[in-house]
Write a protein that binds this ligand. Structure first.
Ligand SMILES: [Zn+2]
Length: 501
């Protein structure tokens, strides 16, 4: 994620604290244009954090030793999100969307494994009307309220047993306002819809275990009126048309966190090619010039991914891509898996913006392939993606990463921690900028060879999984042969400027 303009300064207004300047780079200049919007959103966010609470059934013993799965995963950054008692392996989604009446009809097949004796379990689903639920083909009792779909199968599910839930649902999807960045999820547009958001989006268009710690593979089938594009994650499949409707098919074969799913429907100029033997699909709105800054930026996707692969290890997914949207509500760019989505603000200068492409592509390794087990570790995503902007700038003829480090070091407010920044500060400067400082300081401390070996070992050993900050520190110590606990304490959570390495 790269938040839009003015995002970092909203904390000055609403939390009465100082955040380091982020206006130095190409992103920063663009970001200023968005200030007022995010200040308005911030009020909603603070209110939402207070008001959101868990709903649904409590954990507790049930008949024959079977118990209800927990109604959330206890992550304080996203109260109510995610569910316990099972682990999803695969989602097979088929949705039909008609922009004319904004109505979505969906069928979701969720294949999961019980991780406890399970009498009932929850899926996250915000809005929409559920018409039927089956578990392993048998009708199951279900109740849907307050974003929780509670499913009671006819029989308890033994630990380790694999089961398939099928949910039929329909309605007019709505955005969620409790995302830390404001509005997230399924949003109707002039020509279609955009489903996007961090940490909340997926549950607005399909039933899901909505937490990054439960990654799964996906088959996504989207049926839209002929003439519209329907873009999503992963490898494109066969496209078919019948009776005025076209079905687009996508397959994400690498485990994906739910917030990394996306759906972009509308009038787009779609380019399907290949890069390094894998499909590369990019799209820009048909109304934008074919040679504009948006198209020019995503056109370097393969080249920038290759540059990053030289630093981080092999590109982790089976497809490449990028989608530009022009909706003013999308005041950010997000690293949706294998196909990031870029909001319009990043191209307002009229120049291509390769820094934001480098940032979102870096997340394919840091955040997507190696995903968060808990949101408090979000610097593992944003610190490395922000650092990738410095690496790319140096590579592309701009200033050195060392110079970026020195500038940012001088501009940083050290009173805010990078690790566990607090739910309202997931997208703050302390996570992004101080996170990048920490990454470069590690490089200076252990030396280039050990540093890049740490990054490559991390992306190899943790590929397709989840991890924590403690895991990273353990691995960095093992690879470098140094004790690094005090180093990370100082750079991630210390309140005074650390000594320069
Ligand atoms: Zn990011």
């Amino acid at each position: 994620m790269v938040p839009g303009s003015g995002w970092f300064d909203r904390f000055v207004t609403h939390h009465n604290s100082m955040i380091g300047d982020v206006g130095g780079g190409r992103l920063g200049r663009v970001e200023r244009a968005f200030g007022g919007r995010w200040r308005a959103v911030a009020v909603t966010v603070v209110a939402a954090v207070v008001l959101v609470s868990c709903t649904g059934d409590r954990d507790g013993p049930d008949g024959d030793g079977f118990r209800a799965g927990s109604v959330d995963l206890g992550d304080p950054y996203v109260p109510g999100s995610g569910n316990g008692g099972y682990d999803v392996g695969h989602y097979r989604l088929a949705v039909r969307y008609d922009p004319a009446d904004d109505r979505l009809t969906g069928h979701a097949e969720v294949t999961a494994t019980a991780t406890q004796p399970l009498s009932r379990f929850n899926l996250d689903l915000v809005g929409l009307d559920v018409s039927s639920v089956t578990v392993d083909g048998a009708p199951a009792k279900h109740r849907h309220a307050d974003g929780e779909l509670v499913v009671t199968p006819r029989q308890g599910l033994g630990p380790g047993s694999r089961f398939t839930v099928e949910v039929a649902y329909a309605g007019v999807p709505g955005a969620v306002a409790d995302g830390v960045l404001g509005s997230g999820g399924f949003q109707h547009t002039d020509d279609g819809a955009i489903a996007l958001g961090q940490p909340h989006s997926a549950a607005t268009w399909f039933p899901v275990n909505d937490h990054p710690s439960d990654k799964a593979t996906y088959d996504i089938e989207v049926t839209v009126p002929d003439g519209l594009a329907a873009l999503s994650n992963g490898v494109p499949g066969e496209r078919t048309s019948a009776a005025g409707w076209t079905t687009w098919r996508w397959a994400e074969r690498s485990p994906m966190a739910s917030y990394l799913t996306t759906l972009v429907i509308g009038d787009y100029r779609v380019q399907t090619g290949s890069h390094a033997g894998k499909p590369l699909v990019t799209a820009v709105p048909a109304g934008l010039p074919a040679t504009g800054p948006e198209a020019a930026s995503v056109a370097r996707t393969g080249e920038i991914a290759d540059f990053l692969a030289g630093r981080f290890g092999p590109y982790p997914f089976e497809a490449y891509g990028g989608v530009v949207v022009v909706d003013s509500r999308i005041g950010y760019a997000l690293e949706t898996q294998s196909r990031p989505v870029y909001g319009p603000g990043f191209f307002r200068t009229g120049e291509p913006n390769y820094a934001v492409v480098a940032h979102e592509l870096a997340h394919q390794w840091f955040g997507n392939s190696v995903a968060l087990a808990r949101w408090g570790d979000i610097w593992l995503n944003e610190g490395f993606a922000s650092y990738a902007e410095w690496l790319w700038e140096e590579h592309d003829g701009g200033q050195s990463a060392q110079r970026s480090f020195e500038q940012q070091y001088a501009a940083t407010d050290w009173s805010r921690p990078t690790l566990d920044p607090g739910p309202g500060r997931m997208f703050s400067s302390a996570v992004y900028k101080r996170g990048a400082l920490t990454v470069h300081a590690l490089r200076r401390t252990v030396g280039d060879d050990a540093f890049f070996e740490i990054l490559r070992t991390w992306t190899t050993e943790r590929r397709d999984g989840t991890a924590t900050t403690a895991d990273f520190i353990t691995l960095a110590e093992r690879v470098s042969g140094r004790t690094l606990g005090p180093f990370f304490d100082t750079w991630l959570t210390g309140t005074a400027p650390p000594a320069l390495p």
